[in-house]
Design a protein around this ligand. Structure first.
Ligand code: GDP
Length: 333
């Protein structure tokens, strides 16, 4: 899949806004590209699309592999399209840069949603560094929102940093867990539970129903402790089954209620303001990194300083100063 090339950015943005799936897919490839020429085109496209983004309900979905996220997204997504929503599903997978593979759930478990014309599933997770993933994911969200998707589900796995990045990028953070395995208690240890706005104990069916209910009670009690006295309402905990569909309607009610509550209290606007500033900072960092890697003179300084630091002849602080000074010379600072 190639970048828009000679197609002018306005026509391209129009095609994305019209919901042209091929244009959306190509736009996503473009915004995830690290080629300097693509970065410039991506920035132009994003500037044109940004005014039309920002209104979707962005939901982060996290949980350990096997908790049932893919299956749940399929069922929830189809329910939402039946209600008239347009749903985009994105993935943040911190494993992909290292392994080239995906530790996220099997995409074939979203076969129903994939065939739904009102849904768009990003076929492959983002690659790159975690900073890159956060930047790409934001840009990907802008593209799908401008294309008219009004619910954006961003899936990630139970790896701390990617969860924080996704929680920062979304309005509502859903933790999917299961009963009877101790997973819910591990989540508490990692601090993920503190970020959750809604907790769903999945696989509340058959032989696992009783265990799921116990886990939900324990989690609710733990959350009351975590949030006790903070003035913040503890997240709601519910049980559901992606397999038989029970609890899915209630799950959507909770997700929507969370966002409505945030909108009414002003927290949503605060969260978005905070997000814009965080994004500015991340963009500046990325731009500086581009200078580091794209400018031959700076790259030369970086290579020399790295060799010296590696040999122990220059200490890290001094090496950093030299690199920052080289960047300053190239950016006119
Ligand atoms: P993910 O790794 O979190 O995306 O999990 P998947 O959606 O790939 O599901 C992992 C396994 O759990 C699959 O075998 C699913 O069929 C199964 N599964 C998912 N949801 C449920 C559920 O609600 N009940 C039961 N019994 N199994 C489920």
């Amino acid at each position: 899949m190639t970048a828009p090339g000679t197609v002018d950015a306005e026509a391209y943005a129009d095609a994305v806004r019209a919901g042209d799936r091929a244009a959306v897919a190509r736009a996503l490839t473009l915004v995830e590209s690290n080629l300097p020429a693509d970065r410039a085109r991506a920035r132009r496209l994003l500037r044109l699309l940004s005014p039309y983004a920002g209104t979707a309900h962005r939901i982060g979905i996290s949980g350990v592999p096997g908790a049932g996220k893919s299956t749940l997204i399929d069922v929830l997504g189809r329910r939402l399209t039946a209600l008239g929503h347009r749903v985009a599903v994105l993935a943040v997978d911190p494993s992909s840069p290292r392994t080239g593979g995906s530790i996220l759930g099997d995409r074939t478990r979203m076969a129903g949603l994939a065939a739904d014309p009102a849904a768009f599933i990003r076929p492959s997770p983002s690659a790159g560094t975690l900073g890159g993933v956060a930047r790409d994911t934001h840009d990907v969200i802008v593209v799908v929102e401008a294309a008219g998707y009004d619910v954006v589900l961003v899936e990630t796995v139970g790896v701390g940093q990617s969860e924080t990045a996704v929680a920062d990028l979304t309005d509502t953070f859903l933790l999917v867990t299961v009963g009877g395995t101790g997973d819910h208690l591990q989540a508490i240890k990692r601090g993920v539970l503190e970020r959750a706005d809604v907790v769903a104990v999945n696989k509340a069916d058959g032989a696992q129903l009783a265990g799921a209910r116990v886990a939900a009670r324990e989690l609710a009690a733990a959350l009351r402790l975590v949030h006790g006295g903070s003035g913040v309402t503890a997240p709601s905990v519910l049980t559901c089954s992606a397999a038989d569909g029970s609890g899915i309607a209630e799950l959507w009610e909770q997700l929507r209620a969370h966002r409505d509550g945030q909108a009414a209290s002003g927290v949503l606007a605060d969260r978005r303001r905070h997000r814009r500033v965080a994004r500015l900072r991340a963009t500046v960092r990325a731009a500086l990194l581009d200078v580091l890697t794209a400018d031959p003179e700076v790259a030369d300084v970086v290579a020399r300083v790295e060799a010296a630091v590696s040999a122990g002849t220059v200490d890290v602080a001094h090496g950093c100063e030299q690199i920052v000074a080289a960047c300053g010379r190239r950016t006119g600072g």
